[in-house]
Design a protein around this ligand. Structure first.
Ligand SMILES: Nc1ncnc2c1ncn2[C@@H]1O[C@H](COP(=O)(O)OP(=O)(O)OP(=O)(O)O)[C@@H](O)[C@H]1O
Ligand SMILES: [Mg+2]
Length: 268
């Protein structure tokens, strides 16, 4: 099946089974309100293995709800979500927690770190929970990541003793410490200034280059321009997609201009 809402295939066969993440006819209605609030409807969306997908749309269009439903943080009220071909809807809460812990990584606008632990221990904690028998392996992996993201020198600092950009790079380390198959990011630069945004997006671009599948919600066209593909949400439906191919620093301005003009066409 060919659709602009699916990843570009370069002529190769790309079935749902080979996608890292796939939603089919996804629906989310909140019944806690009177009348019920339908937030997502009829969403068909695939994220290819290794793809960097950005999700954009006006405030309230359902971006976070989509991310929560795809990552099992919230339960869809209809349709299907598959992770690496495995159906997630219908898993028990315990099974879903395990999938989130071992196969998914999360980055949010705020880091949500524990204030009584050092940066390094905050990263180590979920990794040890995921693989309790591999303390040495997890520690070595995390030290290598701290080095790579330029925060090894603040690893033993408390979380109030580092900058916002350093803290968000630590969030990326925490998200990657369990070697997830998909990294979910909801407004990862939403609380950062432009220099820190570049730091964090450089880190995410590096993670993508190494093959991690990323689904990122953002309001920032400069951040979305890093993605291979951008989908646009309106009133809880995916209405368009822009395939941009692989990001390179030299193409940053051209890509952002292309994306901005596409977004303007959607009234963004
Ligand atoms: N628990 C809930 N109960 C009822 N309605 C909800 C609930 N959570 C979200 N909504 C509604 O769903 C819609 C989409 O919310 P969502 O947070 O997904 O939007 P968003 O696109 O991420 O917005 P923003 O860009 O502001 O973060 C909004 O109208 C919101 O009010
Ligand atoms: Mg949101």
């Amino acid at each position: 099946m060919t659709s602009i809402l699916n990843p570009p295939t370069n002529g190769e066969d790309m079935s749902t089974a080979s996608a890292a993440l796939a939603a089919a006819d996804l629906e989310k209605t909140f019944y806690s309100t009177d009348p019920p609030t339908q937030v997502l409807s009829h969403i068909d969306l695939e994220v290819a293995t290794g793809e960097f997908l950005a999700v954009m749309g006006a405030s309230g269009s359902g971006k976070s709800t989509l991310l929560y439903c795809l990552s099992g943080m919230d339960k869809p009220t209809g349709g299907s979500v598959r992770l690496g071909g495995r159906e997630l809807t219908g898993l028990s809460d315990g099974e879903m927690s395990r999938v989130r812990l071992t196969e998914m990584g999360f980055i949010f606008q705020q880091a949500y770190f524990l204030s009584n632990l050092s940066v390094r221990d905050n990263i180590l904690l979920p990794a040890l929970k995921a693989t309790p028998k591999d303390k040495a392996g997890a520690g070595a992996r995390i030290d290598a990541m701290l080095e790579r993201f330029g925060i090894a020198h603040v690893a033993d600092h408390g979380i109030t003793q580092v900058s916002g950009g350093q803290l968000q790079r630590a969030s990326i380390c925490r998200a990657l410490a369990t070697e997830p198959s998909v990294l979910f990011a909801d407004e990862p630069t939403g609380a950062l200034n432009s220099a820190m945004t570049t730091e964090v997006m450089d880190a995410l671009s590096g993670v993508h280059t190494e093959g991690t599948t990323i689904m990122m919600v953002t309001h920032d066209p400069g951040c979305a321009a890093r993605a291979d593909r951008v989908v646009y949400l309106r009133d809880g439906g995916v209405v368009d997609a822009l395939a941009m191919g692989t990001w390179t620093p030299g193409e940053a301005t051209r890509r952002e201009d292309e994306l901005l003009s596409w977004l303007r066409g959607h009234g963004f």
